[in-house]
Design a protein around this ligand. Sequence first.
Ligand SMILES: Cc1cc2nc3c(=O)[nH]c(=O)nc-3n(C[C@H](O)[C@H](O)[C@H](O)COP(=O)(O)O)c2cc1C
Length: 177
Amino acid sequence: MNKTNGKLMMILVSFTSKNGSTAEIAECIGKEIAKAGISCDISEMKKVTSISNYDAIIIGAPFYMGHIMKEFPAFINRYHAELVKLPVAAFAVGMAPLSNEPGSVEHAMEVFRRSLQPLSPVTTILFAGRLEVQKLSFISRKIIKLVNSPTGDYRDWDVISSWTREFLDMLNEDKTG
Ligand SMILES: Cc1cc2nc3c(=O)[nH]c(=O)nc-3n(C[C@H](O)[C@H](O)[C@H](O)COP(=O)(O)O)c2cc1C
């Protein structure tokens, strides 16, 4: 499972995050990969200088004001020639899963998929995030009040872990199948 062409498998988990919740999701994913006995690096997108050592990549970013954080498409743009050749799993983070408005998750997923172009990840998912008002700037607090967004920590660590395991299973099937 943890070898490709005789060498140890290595996965990169790369993310961007403004208020830390996506960074913690990336850490949770990294722990799950380590539990499976696979080596992995966890790195903020802006700190990544090369992806040539990796056999697979998990990328993630949060939503702000209807958009995925701009570092995410910038990362894809920077590395797309290599990324299109690798198995990629992608996650977005936001409060859309908690919205009562019909179609809000579908809309968020559509925006997310567009931000992924030209990649076709083997799996994409939208995780519920964390919004803690006391950690936000004055402007962000005003916006949150205006759009009446739910606040709190809605990250589901079991969902995050099992999505990671599913991706590892897919990598395994890809090699053995
Ligand atoms: C000012 C502001 C705008 C936001 N806009 C959206 C949005 O458009 N859609 C969404 O699903 N979540 C939105 N969120 C929720 C964030 O995506 C969520 O808090 C996420 O967990 C933040 O990730 P981070 O802690 O890694 O920065 C917004 C949060 C803030 C503070």
